[in-house]
Ligand binder design. Structure first.
Ligand SMILES: Cc1ncc(COP(=O)(O)O)c(C=O)c1O
Length: 409
């Protein structure tokens, strides 16, 4: 294929996406991210962002970012071990480690990068052993970054074994671990999202902690959708399910509840984190998080730690919306997370509902096959502490009108 043939092929593919209704369109916002946003000149309730705590445009977070620009400049212009690192980077690492109940943490430019870094840095290293085999047990619904992290390991060290267990199915995982008892794997890792983002379901962390201990495995939990959003004090699924301080490796993002900008972290025991500082390729060969984002993220943690009303507000809004949307007659996946999947079945219906809700003042996106199983198309509502009761009531009223019009309720 010469380049021109390639471009024609790509254009045909894109047309195919549009015909199959899998083409992703981006809706321009005319305002900051928040509980309400401006779209096409209208104010609409934002139900499609991960801004769980409403910190994306919080005055104190913005002020911290502004101060960081003045004090520490716009960027570091290289990677940390070459160009130097700023005290605020170490401070954020200390703060996030403490927040998620671990000894130490290392920043990455995103959680996607952090997840890829973690698996490949460990598994690619022979640690002076000629013949070894590692195994990763991964929940079937884990995020793409974990899937790609595992793929990368297998590209680097072909002997790496990866085994998928059914979503949240501890018995299935236990069977695999029992089967593998005699196999003498060098490193065993059990990897799971704390919260699965298409369902809002929580991983069975208490059981996973037990299984990991029993089988000498490391338990890795990606708390991207949970840090700030779950637990009495916002410390995530690990707090919500009573395993705070008991998980070996916690990863997460600063791009959702913790201010919503960008950046990720890996937290765990000191030697692991120091090893990653030496061997994580995305850390070694990619710029670090800019000062404004670092200071904004520190401020986000300060706010969560000092003002319980933020996390409590999210919990109250989530409980209210979950209760009321069911009362209207919609079917949801029961859980306690602010991700509320409203089940519609067919993709066309999810598309119609999402389109008709926008002029009614609600910004919400649909998910359909292949992102979720066939026949399980849904709208995914994401509740935020930034939503007022009025926002939620207007949203529910719009759902009632559109749901009746389209024959869903
Ligand atoms: C579970 C999970 N892990 C990782 C990521 C990636 O996070 P980031 O945006 O920081 O790369 C996401 C974001 O969608 C996620 O949901």
């Amino acid at each position: 294929m010469n380049p021109n043939e390639l471009y024609s092929t790509l254009s045909r593919e894109l047309e195919g996406f549009k015909e199959a209704k899998t083409f992703k369109y981006e809706t321009p916002l005319e305002s900051e991210q928040g509980g309400d946003v401006m779209v096409n000149g209208h104010e609409v309730v934002m139900l499609a962002s991960n801004n769980y705590l409403g910190l994306a445009n919080h005055p104190k977070v913005k002020e911290a970012a502004r101060k960081a620009l003045d004090r520490w400049g716009y960027g570091l212009a290289s990677v940390r071990f070459l160009c130097g690192t700023e005290p605020i980077h170490f401070e954020l690492e200390r703060r996030i480690a403490r927040f998620v109940g671990c000894e130490a943490a290392i920043l990455h430019s995103s959680c996607f990068a952090a997840n890829e870094a973690f698996f490949s840095a460990l598994i690619a290293n022979d640690f002076g052993q000629a013949d070894y085999q590692d195994v990763i047990y991964s929940d079937q619904l884990n995020h793409a970054s974990i899937i790609d992290g595992v793929r990368l390991c297998r590209a680097i060290a072909k002997q790496t074994v990866s085994r998928l267990y059914r979503n949240g199915d501890v018995n299935h995982l236990r069977e695999m671990l029992e089967e593998d008892r005699a196999k003498n794997y060098r490193i065993k890792i059990i990897a799971t999202d704390g919260v699965f983002s298409m369902e809002g379901l929580l991983a069975p962390l208490a059981e996973l902690v037990e299984l990991a201990r029993e089988h000498n495995a490391l338990l890795f939990v990606d708390e991207s959708h949970a840090t700030g959003a779950l637990g009495k004090t916002g410390r995530g699924t690990i707090e919500e399910l009573g395993v705070y301080g008991k998980v070996d490796v916690v990863t997460g993002t600063f791009g959702k509840a913790l201010g919503g900008a960008s950046g990720g972290f890996i937290a765990g025991r000191e030697p692991l984190i120091e090893f990653l500082r030496q061997k994580s390729r995305p850390y070694t060969f990619s710029n670090t998080v800019p000062p404004s984002v670092v200071m904004g993220s520190i401020e986000a943690i300060d706010l969560i730690e000092n003002d319980p009303s933020i996390v409590n507000g999210l919990r109250e809004n989530t409980e209210y919306f979950r209760r009321e949307i069911v009362r209207l007659g919609f079917k949801i996946i029961e859980s306690r997370h602010p991700i509320v999947p409203i089940m519609l079945g067919e993709a066309a219906l999810a598309q119609d509902m999402s389109r008709e809700l926008l002029p009614e003042g609600v910004y919400i996106k649909g998910l359909w096959y292949p992102v979720v199983p066939k026949g399980e198309a849904r709208l995914r509502a994401q509740i935020s502490a930034a939503h007022t009761r009025d926002d939620l009531d207007r949203t529910l009223a719009a759902f009632d009108r559109v749901g009746k019009r389209l024959g869903v309720i």
